[in-house]
Design a binder for this molecule. Structure first.
Ligand code: BG6
Length: 491
């Protein structure tokens, strides 16, 4: 059992009026309150660059909770109690002297100090230095930072260096919110608690792996940010590569943060470099045009609000990733992610090799490989496709593929699956780092992704078009078809 007194925290939230704080962080903190996990002595200092009083800031948070928390999880009494924890501080993040107000707020206390930088990354170094300048952090302070950590390797090194001037690595909690998702953590349980899978998890038994992270939404008013990033920086460099690492890593010797992260780094180091010669066969980038999303007509990327009509930024990426080590040699990982795809769906499919000698009806040979489908969202669960005999006297030894199904919400009677931010904030309060990204992971991921971006630039090619509401450019289907395979939905 966690001793609640050990998690008593003073959360200093920079950027508290921003989108992330309002849409994700306050609702997550409220949910921790609902679950009884927030220590009675925990407090929140909302810090932002707007002049306002605490009462007004609390009213804002209340509004945001009523908007973002499902109605049946709203408890007015609890909201009032939660709001009492919040104070507001107007602060110009660049004004070093005004940081002394933070010391005044904190006073003498034994609570953990958590600094959450829900700000643009350019501010991380400034905030860190100013906190240090007024002596408002100790060697126990925990600092949470969000992606993107830079927009390439060089800029991420600058940000990480600035943070490292003030904080040790074991004080830094770099968020990749995919690591807070229930099913993503379950990958660790699935792989390392079930010897059944552990013994099959390599190139002897697996033919290939698919990872799809699809979104039906478009750019949603974030055009300015997104256009500078593109799908490869926004999703591949972090979420997709993290998923790939969890699938591909070797078993860690224990569950400690560094044991897990050491293994992930080994995978990142073993990724085959995508050279210019490999671009045609291994990389597809796309950009959506007008189409239909969930039954409604929607504009193309270049017609979105605030769009620059000449942009060549990608909203879709498909990659064939190879891992150069003994476990995965010859096993491609096909990964794809995009905006304005037909549905919101994240899933991983492990395709097992067929049995070494096939003795059934030759017409059915294409059925003869097991698949493990891991659904991250929605309907979190897993499904193992196995082959059985079709029932009935007239069926002979006809085969049939059916699922062994595990849908978490049905099997385990869970009333709700916590949002990733709830889990991540809770882990910060406990001081556990295993769901956070270490500096070398970020940097190795950038190094690999930078090369792809450089190749794109050098080739001068525009992204391939795909209509909103479809599964991306035809070239992404061709990429996998060339290897005599297909994306799972298309099978
Ligand atoms: C964020 C990206 O990190 O993840 C967004 O910046 C994306 O562009 C989002 O929409 C997807 O997260 P989720 O949890 O909705 O799959």
């Amino acid at each position: 059992m966690i001793d609640p007194n050990q998690t008593r925290s003073d959360v200093m939230m920079f950027g508290a009026l921003g989108d992330l704080a309002q849409r994700k962080l306050f609702p997550a903190l409220y949910q921790l309150e609902r679950s009884g996990l927030l220590d009675q002595g925990s407090r929140i200092l909302a810090i932002a660059r707007n002049r306002m009083e605490t009462a007004e800031a609390r009213a804002r948070v209340e509004e945001t909770l009523r908007e973002h928390v499902p109605p049946d999880e709203i408890d007015s009494g609890l909201i009032t109690h939660f709001l009492q924890r919040i104070d507001y501080l107007f602060l110009d993040f660049t004004d070093a002297e005004s940081y002394s107000a933070l010391n005044a707020w904190r006073g003498e206390t034994s609570s953990h100090q958590i600094v959450y930088m829900a700000t643009p990354p350019a501010m991380y170094g400034v905030i860190a230095r100013n906190l240090k300048g007024v002596g408002c952090c100790t060697d126990k302070t925990r600092v949470v930072v969000e992606k993107p950590i830079g927009h390439d390797l060089a800029s991420s090194v600058v940000i990480n260096d600035e943070l490292a001037e003030v904080f040790r690595e074991d004080q830094l909690f770099r968020i990749d919110h995919y690591l807070g998702k229930e099913t993503v953590q379950n990958l660790i349980a699935l792989r390392f608690a079930n010897n059944l899978f552990a013994s099959q998890w390599d190139q002897n038994h697996i033919s290939h792996v698919e990872i799809t992270v699809a979104e039906s939404v478009g750019i949603e008013g974030r055009w300015g940010y997104f256009d500078k990033a593109g799908q490869i920086r926004d999703m591949i460099q972090n979420h997709l590569l993290q998923l790939l690492c969890l699938i591909a890593m070797d078993p860690p010797s224990d569950l400690s943060a560094d044991s897990i992260r050491d293994e992930k780094v080994k995978v990142l180091k073993a990724l085959r470099k995508i050279t210019p010669e490999l671009m045609d066969s291994h990389v597809v980038r796309g950009q959506y045009t007008a189409g239909t999303s969930l039954g409604k007509p929607v504009p193309g990327y270049l017609e979105e609000e605030g769009a620059n009509r000449g942009s060549a930024t990608e909203t879709f990426v498909a990659l064939k990733v190879e891992i150069e080590n003994w476990r995965w040699s010859g096993v491609p990982f096909y990964i794809r992610t995009g905006k304005r795809l037909p549905e919101k769906l994240s899933q991983i499919i492990i395709h097992f090799k067929p049995a070494p000698h096939y003795i059934f009806d030759p017409d059915q040979k294409h059925l003869a490989n097991n698949k493990l489908i891991i659904r991250l969202q929605p309907d979190e669960g897993m499904s193992l496709k196995i082959l059985t005999k079709d029932q009935g006297l007239d069926k002979g030894m006809r085969l049939r593929q059916g699922p062994l199904e595990l849908t978490f919400s049905e099997t385990f009677d869970t009333d709700r699956i916590p949002d990733a931010y709830e889990r991540l904030l809770w882990e910060v309060m406990k001081g556990k780092q295993y769901l956070f990204v270490r500096r070398d992971e970020v940097e190795h991921a950038w190094q690999w992704v930078d090369r792809v971006i450089r190749n794109w630039k050098d080739s001068g090619e525009s992204p391939k078009r795909y209509a909103a509401g479809t599964w991306g450019p035809v070239a992404s289907i061709a990429m996998i078809t060339r290897d005599a395979r297909s994306w799972y939905e298309d099978a």
